[in-house]
Design a protein around this ligand. Structure first.
Ligand SMILES: Cc1cc2nc3c(=O)[nH]c(=O)nc-3n(C[C@H](O)[C@H](O)[C@H](O)COP(=O)(O)OP(=O)(O)OC[C@H]3O[C@@H](n4cnc5c(N)ncnc54)[C@H](O)[C@@H]3O)c2cc1C
Length: 380
């Protein structure tokens, strides 16, 4: 130790691929190791797209991070020619006192973000695709849209390689150790030394991080694509990314959200922790109840979108106890940092989290406001 590498990144997924890129861009000698291919369809970024939005209701400190995230998504797009970020606007719908509408208004007022409120009548006129209960209103955020998530991971990984990073794929990391000088990472077929280690193994963090006091719950999540009865109503350009908080509307729970039409159909999903399972027990297998989860919000809110379910995919959330990410130095060593617990809303931050992880590893600190995401909140 420390060996030929300045840093090893374990898990070249959403956060890890961006970390490899930012490290390599700063001239570090990097080895990225992933147990699967890069990209793959068995991690937490599968299913083509992820929502990005700026009026973040989850915690006010996410907004400054998001401003950086937007800038860095644009930057990697310009550097590589890949159009990863698509601004379609995000239309939030719900009752005025519901969590989503209240949160969006609070975030837009606190951070002076562009966001317009639509009355029930204005909503019906501007977006006749939706059939909403009396009393539901809207908030339209023009900066919102979606990211091409699988392409983004591939783009960051390839850009890192062009900058000199080495990637080892289909090579599970089994263990790691650290001494006063650096780290050793043991894989299925060998071992690798470096000065610094970044751990971001997504749904598999529970085993590799050795943090028994940090509960992480992996849940099975479902994504669906339908062929709408009237596809012309849902085309990009006129139909935005949408988000409905049904709180108070009968038996529906969670948040339903979806995207404009793509070649695969109209994509939608439910943001609500699914069934808790071990990550390796979550497979591609789908069930009739999955289809029902996809069709239910269409019946209720988007009747013209009802049609044949073309595809169902399965994905994994890694939920922290409070729904916030965890990013910090590892308590066992100054040489090790980690990021986990992205709780079903982390992808949009991957561009900035990669940069933060690179700063933590190379500088031992970051200027970005991540204190609310640190491990110390678990010791209170
Ligand atoms: C259905 C669904 C919808 C979502 N929607 C949104 C959204 O709209 N907007 C948003 O911002 N976020 C969304 N998210 C959340 C977001 O996609 C995740 O928070 C993010 O992908 C997590 O990134 P990660 O780097 O932690 O994990 P991953 O991207 O899964 O990367 C982890 C990597 O570690 C590798 N790995 C694991 N164990 C090992 C090991 N032992 N050795 C080597 N490599 C290992 C894995 O193979 C994988 O490549 C959604 C998630 C899901 C599942």
């Amino acid at each position: 130790m420390p060996g030929p590498y300045d840093a090893i990144v374990v898990g070249v997924g959403s956060m890890g691929a961006a970390a490899c890129y930012h490290l390599a861009k700063r001239g570090a000698r990097v080895l990225g190791i992933d147990s699967q291919s890069v990209p793959n369809t068995n991690s937490s970024y599968n299913g083509d797209t992820r929502v990005i939005r700026l009026t973040y209701q989850e915690h006010p400190n996410y907004v400054p991070l998001l401003r950086d995230a937007y800038r860095l998504w644009e930057e990697i797009g310009q550097e590589t020619g890949a159009t990863l970020l698509h601004k379609t606007g995000v239309l939030y719908m719900g009752f005025p006192d519901g969590e989503a509408i209240r949160g969006v208004r609070l975030a837009s007022e606190t951070h002076k973000l562009p966001c317009s409120t639509l009355t029930h009548g204005e909503l019906a006129k501007q977006f006749p695709q939706f059939t909403l209960h009396d009393g539901m209103i809207g908030a339209l955020e023009p900066e919102g849209g979606y990211l091409l998530s699988e392409l983004a991971v591939e783009t960051y990984a390839q850009a890192a390689q062009r900058l000199g990073a080495e990637l080892l794929t289909n090579e599970p990391v089994i263990d790691w150790a650290s001494d006063g000088n650096g780290v050793t990472v043991r894989t299925a077929t060998g071992s690798h030394d470096a000065a610094k280690l970044i751990l971001c193994p997504g749904a598999w963090a529970g085993g590799l991080l050795r943090l028994p006091d940090v509960p992480l719950t992996v849940t099975r999540q479902v994504l669906g694509w339908v062929q709408p009865g009237r596809p012309e109503l849902f085309q990009p350009g006129t139909f935005p990314v949408w988000n409905i908080d049904p709180n108070g509307d009968g038996d529906l729970t969670g948040i339903y959200y979806g995207f404009p039409m793509s070649g695969d159909g109209l994509k939608l999903a439910r943001h609500h922790p699914g069934q808790a399972m071990a990550p390796d027990a979550i497979t591609d297998e789908t069930f009739p109840a999955d289809e029902e989860e996809i069709v239910l919000p269409l019946r209720r809110y988007l009747p013209d979108a009802l049609g044949q379910v073309r595809t169902i995919k399965v994905c994994k959330y890694t939920n922290s106890a409070d729904g916030h990410f965890i990013i910090d130095r590892h308590p066992e060593s100054d040489h090790v940092h980690f990021a986990c617990g992205f709780s079903g809303h982390g992808f949009k931050f991957a561009s900035v989290m990669g940069k933060v992880l690179a700063e933590l590893a190379l500088d031992g600190k970051t200027e970005r406001p991540i204190d609310f995401l640190r491990l110390s909140r678990y010791s209170h």
